[in-house]
Design a protein. Structure first.
Length: 516
């Protein structure tokens, strides 16, 4: 046997061994997509205007603090609408000081005056556009972090349009929990409680209390399951937010064995938390998440070290989900569910069965055609076809790719492309045999003449598959992945493997007539 033939056979043996290693077991190597194993498909809309409103409110608080430090007392600073900050001076003569203070806020531009003591500013349009764009990008990353910690295999999370986010979660069996986890704004705030019962009673009767609002603490009786809501009157001023968190994890209390969430602040957050607790000893500090009070403990002493606890009537699962959203960060703006589709596992099983049946029937028909039309050479093409599919599944297994229903369609199309390459080669060999060339020369010439056409056809299709992968959504990407892997495998099996088989047959004994 020729030396070059030995190393070629060794390469094929190595490829077959590696393909078997990476392809099997299929259920451990390859993930099934949303359409095959069921799961969730969500389209979320980011309410980016809320992010603008939040920034405007924060700037209003910063302006108020800056005026106080500049000695301008009695000034009323309030947010109006989404983008406007209105400042009313108690002393109209302090307008010059106001102008000097506002120089530190370049994103707030003058929007006219209503009187000599009232000034209006608004966020400039460019800043508003940047905030809204950033809100969608940040929401995308936050949702991705939450899903990653939730533990879903091969999720699809991508932006769609200007403010929509598509989330596909294969294999999710608890859609309500997933929706709560993904869509939760998770805005954590620390705010002081108004202790005066009279003011709380007035607020509950509908009276507007300046600088305060009523929020409720949710209590669950673990024995009866009864839920009670306890009202608190909280100051609107937010002393500290979850932006300063560095970690959140579930722990079990030593006294009652109940789960709670332990949180840690960064250096600036720890310093601020220490100052807040030092200045408000004896007062109640409410821990508020998405306008729900989780606890409102009395501050007994100054708390240093940058650590706090969020307690409540948690189950372990609820505490774990809360820790996930706190670690992943708050959404910069609320998200609204535009579309919510749940694919059941039974539908997925039907899709798998029908797809496999279609692929199997197509494969059998192709093999029968090749054997009937090209006789013994058709068996060479069949072997190459089987190796092509094996290499394709090995590629899916190696990259832990997700197989979707369009992906199965890509596999079927790969069968057609592989057979097309063999047909080109075999027809070229036939042409060479008709002009009287011996089998070895006809095989060499046939492969050489067909190579350029095979390469052109596979490369152009591969470029199209790459574009589908780059710009397509989840199922389309599944089609592009299987098609691309199949095309790459086809260049190896149809050209290299088939030719080696023919050369091996000629090396063992002289052949006067090819069965083709």
């Amino acid at each position: 046997m020729r030396k070059d033939l030995r190393w070629k056979l060794a390469v094929i043996a190595i490829v077959i061994g590696a393909s078997l290693w990476f392809a099997f077991p299929l259920d451990k190597r390859i993930n099934l997509g949303l359409d095959l194993q069921g799961g969730m498909h969500l389209v979320l809309e980011v309410e980016a205007e809320k992010a603008v409103e939040s920034i405007t409110e924060r700037l209003a608080n910063e302006v108020s603090e800056a005026l106080r430090k500049a000695g301008v007392t009695g000034a009323d600073v309030r947010k109006v609408g989404q983008e406007q900050v209105v400042i009313t001076l108690a002393d109209a003569a302090r307008a010059k000081t106001l102008a000097e203070v506002m120089q530190a806020f370049p994103t707030l531009v003058p929007a006219g005056t209503k009187s000599s003591a009232e000034y209006s500013y608004k966020l400039d349009d460019q800043r508003v556009r940047r905030i809204m764009e950033s809100a969608v990008d940040q929401a995308l990353e936050t949702i991705r972090n939450r899903v990653d910690q939730f533990g879903v295999a091969e999720p699809t999370i991508q932006r769609q349009g200007t403010r929509n986010i598509v989330v596909e979660l294969p294999g999710v069996r608890d859609p309500e929990r997933a929706i709560q986890l993904i869509g939760r704004t998770a805005r954590l705030e620390f705010r002081l409680v108004e202790e005066e019962q009279k003011r709380l009673d007035e607020a509950l009767k509908g009276r507007v209390i300046e600088g305060a609002e009523v929020l409720y603490e949710r209590k669950v009786n673990k024995q009866t399951g009864e839920i009670t809501r306890i009202p608190y009157l909280l100051k609107k001023q937010v002393l500290l937010t979850g932006d300063a968190l560095t970690n959140a994890e579930v722990r079990i209390g030593s006294q009652f064995n109940e789960p709670y969430v332990s949180i840690e602040f960064d250096r600036e957050g720890a310093r601020l938390f220490e100052r807040i607790t030092a200045e408000n000893v004896g007062k109640r500090l409410a821990i508020v998440l998405d306008d729900t009070i989780y606890s409102a403990p009395v501050i007994r002493e100054r708390i240093a070290g940058g650590q706090a606890q969020i307690t409540g009537s948690f189950t372990v699962e609820e505490a774990r989900d809360l820790a996930i959203v706190l670690r992943a960060g708050a959404l910069p703006a609320p998200v609204r569910i535009e579309e919510n589709r749940t694919v059941g596992p039974s539908l997925g099983q039907d899709s798998v069965r029908q797809g496999l049946i279609a692929g199997l029937i197509g494969s059998i028909l192709v093999v029968l055609f090749m054997l009937a039309y090209y006789r013994l050479s058709g068996s060479v093409a069949t072997f190459a076809l089987v190796l092509n599919i094996l290499m394709l599944f090995a590629g899916l297994g190696y990259f832990h790719a997700t197989l979707t229903l369009p992906g199965i369609a890509g596999i079927v199309l790969t069968l057609g492309m592989a057979v097309d390459a063999n047909v080109l080669i075999f027809e070229r060999i036939r042409e060479e045999l008709r002009v009287g060339k011996p089998p070895r020369a006809a095989i060499d010439a046939g492969f050489a003449r067909a190579w350029s056409a095979i390469l052109d056809g596979n490369v152009t299709t591969l470029i199209a598959a790459a574009m589908l992968f780059q710009f397509g959504t989840g199922p389309i990407k599944g089609f592009a992945v299987t098609l691309s892997l199949g095309l790459i495998a086809n260049l190896f099996t149809a050209v290299f493997v088939c030719k080696v088989i023919f050369e091996s047959a000629l090396a063992f004994r002289p052949i006067q007539r090819l069965s083709i």
